[in-house]
Design a protein around this ligand. Structure first.
Ligand SMILES: C[S@@+](CC[C@H](N)C(=O)[O-])C[C@H]1O[C@@H](n2cnc3c(N)ncnc32)[C@H](O)[C@@H]1O
Length: 350
């Protein structure tokens, strides 16, 4: 795909020269065909590539403009129920949006050559329950589930009383359908959100409306990694972070036995492919989001979801605690602004 990109750049450049030199004599038919082709290819380019192609000539600049504005108006490319726009209020910073691939659910390792179109006007419209990708990557064959038709009240056996940070939902082995009331986290984002840039913390996720306490906000989606892969990636991110060139979004969640030993560990990397949860910043006071492990009947792996831990006001930033351990005393500075701020972001052995 990289070669294909360079091939396109060469064609764009040739087109731009022709556009300038022989605009009167050029064959109108092939000119229009080229522009139609460009409209198909440009949404596959990343933000830097798009900017460089747009600078080659007026025609390509005009095609790239609506692509940029569609990207800015919805981070989710139509893959969520509601659009989630970007806002960059920082004077002198012209970055309209950060570039990443979107997945609304957990996904397996994505090939480096993968490209996702974004901003074509045909971005996926997955607003219907049927259109959403399956939230469960792996199923447990022959697992039992509920027989309820609608899971009303508390008679559904899947509604086991968990503690606040563990929830049980109906899943692939249940008879009920996606509209069942015990599948709260499986239908995607249902609250209005936006992504806003801060001078010191970078992009962050904000409430675009008042969100009451206990409301599901979003899942933490991204590439599901083995622990070995997660450790290797963390090393790479640590190296790159010290050069200040990317914001890593690798989440490691561990469940512990009463003895303190880890009994379950899930590694989800939203750095390259993820959802809006990759923009949630850290707060030393725990923020306003609870990280909840959601298990579903018949699903092999739990999913990590965020619920509001208190009422959140419109325009308030959504945050959670990245952890309590700070192994690197010279780690990244924290700008959470809470009265309990430790001054540096949490860091621990992955
Ligand atoms: C998961 S990303 C969050 C989104 C990120 N701000 C961005 O622009 O993509 C984690 C990174 O955000 C930044 N960050 C998160 N919380 C922060 C805080 N309280 N203070 C300073 N930087 C923070 C750090 O660079 C961290 O490595």
């Amino acid at each position: 795909m990289k070669n294909l990109y360079w091939c396109w750049v060469a064609i764009f450049n040739k087109f731009a020269m022709e556009e300038q030199e022989c605009s009167k004599t050029r064959d109108r038919h092939s000119h229009d065909a080229f522009l139609r082709c460009a409209a198909v290819v440009l949404p596959y380019l990343n933000s830097d590539e798009l900017a460089s192609v747009a600078s080659t000539c007026k025609a390509l600049h005009l095609i790239s403009k609506p692509i940029t504005s569609r990207r800015t108006s919805d981070a989710s490319r139509g893959l969520e129920n509601l659009p989630i726009p970007f806002f960059n209020p920082i004077a002198g910073d012209s970055q309209p949006y950060p570039y990443f691939f979107y997945t609304p659910t957990q996904t397996l390792l994505v090939r480096p050559e993968f490209r996702q179109p974004w901003g074509s006007g045909d971005d996926a419209r997955m607003c219907t329950e049927e259109g959403r990708p399956d939230p469960f990557l792996f199923r447990v064959e022959s697992a039992s589930g509920c027989e309820c038709a609608r899971c009303i009240g508390d008679c559904c056996p899947c509604l086991e009383a968990g503690d606040i940070l563990l929830t049980r939902e109906c899943g692939p082995s249940c008879k009920c359908d996606p509209a069942c009331g015990n599948r709260v986290t499986q239908g995607g984002v249902r609250v209005r959100l936006k992504i806003v840039k801060d001078e010191r913390k970078g992009w962050g996720l904000y409430a675009a409306e008042m969100i009451p306490s206990g409301q599901f906000v979003c899942e933490y989606a991204g590439e599901l990694l083995s622990t070995k892969e997660a450790r290797q990636r963390q090393q790479t991110y640590d190296k790159n972070a010290s050069m200040g060139c990317l914001t890593p979004a690798l989440l490691v969640v561990k469940e512990h036995l009463p003895s303190g030993n880890t009994c379950m560990r899930i590694n989800i990397d939203g750095t390259r492919i993820g959802n809006i949860a990759r923009f949630i910043n850290h707060s030393c006071d725990g923020g306003n989001l609870d990280t909840v492990i959601v298990r579903s009947s018949g699903a092999l792996l739990p999913r990590i979801c965020f619920f509001t831990s208190r009422d959140v006001q419109e325009n308030e930033e959504l945050t959670f605690s990245y952890g309590d351990v700070r192994l690197k005393l010279d780690g990244q500075p924290c700008f959470c602004g809470s009265s309990s701020c430790a001054g540096i972001l949490p860091s621990e052995h992955t």
